[in-house]
Ligand binder design. Sequence first.
Ligand SMILES: NC(=O)c1ccc[n+]([C@@H]2O[C@H](COP(=O)([O-])OP(=O)(O)OC[C@H]3O[C@@H](n4cnc5c(N)ncnc54)[C@H](OP(=O)(O)O)[C@@H]3O)[C@@H](O)[C@H]2O)c1
Length: 278
Amino acid sequence: MKTMEGNNQKTVLITGASNGFGMEFARLFAKDKYNLVLVARSEDRLKELGYSLQDEYQLEHVCIVQSDLSRPESPQEIYDQLKQNGITVDVLVNNAGAGLHGFFHETDLTREMEIIQLNISSVVHLTKLFLKDMVARDEGKILNVASIVSFMPSPLMSVYAASKAFVLSFTEALQNELKDKNITVTALCPGPSDTYFFKRAEAENTRAANGPMSSPEEVARDGYAALMKGESRIVPGIMNKVQAGASNLLPDSALASTMRYQMEEMQEEDRKTPESKL
Ligand SMILES: NC(=O)c1ccc[n+]([C@@H]2O[C@H](COP(=O)([O-])OP(=O)(O)OC[C@H]3O[C@@H](n4cnc5c(N)ncnc54)[C@H](OP(=O)(O)O)[C@@H]3O)[C@@H](O)[C@H]2O)c1
């Protein structure tokens, strides 16, 4: 961990800040003069981002924390390091996450157990540690990055979608538990977005990865606004809102069929433009 200078502003901890949504969150918080704690495995990328934001927005402190959140020990290590450095986390953004594409009977179990540790256990563990301190101060904000697939089973991404259903359920239960406190917990449920997510999940040839995409800037902007207003849930983008709404009307088996189609590899037919199909 690298700490720079003293601190008297509010501090946000963002997991998965080296890419995608997390990087955009870092930019938005920096613009509003939050001090940053940036967590991911890619230390160089975090340093490049953190130091440039510190210069641009004259932030009082930026901490770079290289950590692999698929290790069960990582959340406690991060918490202890921040405590030792006297850093209070006012806002926690549980954003780091990953998926894996394929039939469950064929995918790699070790990788899936790491995904469960990253997408579920590290979110629970970090929230436990930092929420206790927020409750003691009666102040704080948490943003948990769930997904549109939190609302529907997703064949060919079964473990990932189930992990995001957990994140949404967990977030909504905490909202109720904390309703009389000065602490908000917000769930961000993006649809397919233009980050490294699909490539890393080995899902870049799926229909979902080749259809309409939100930009990470749009998603982070909507998530940031909802977090700041203390909203319970935000689904960025009109089509995603429609899809999330439809999930209340359709049976899960129908949702699973739709998602399976989306998660299947593109076929030659899918690549043809409407004109070339004539
Ligand atoms: N993109 C989409 O379509 C989409 C839609 C809905 C929800 N989401 C969710 O949005 C969140 C952000 O994903 P993204 O789309 O921005 O994807 P991304 O571009 O792949 O970024 C993922 C971030 O998580 C970090 N990360 C991955 N594994 C990690 C680990 N083991 N330990 C610590 N950090 C780790 C990565 O950093 P390092 O590699 O440097 O560790 C990176 O900063 C995830 O929770 C994802 O599930 C994405």
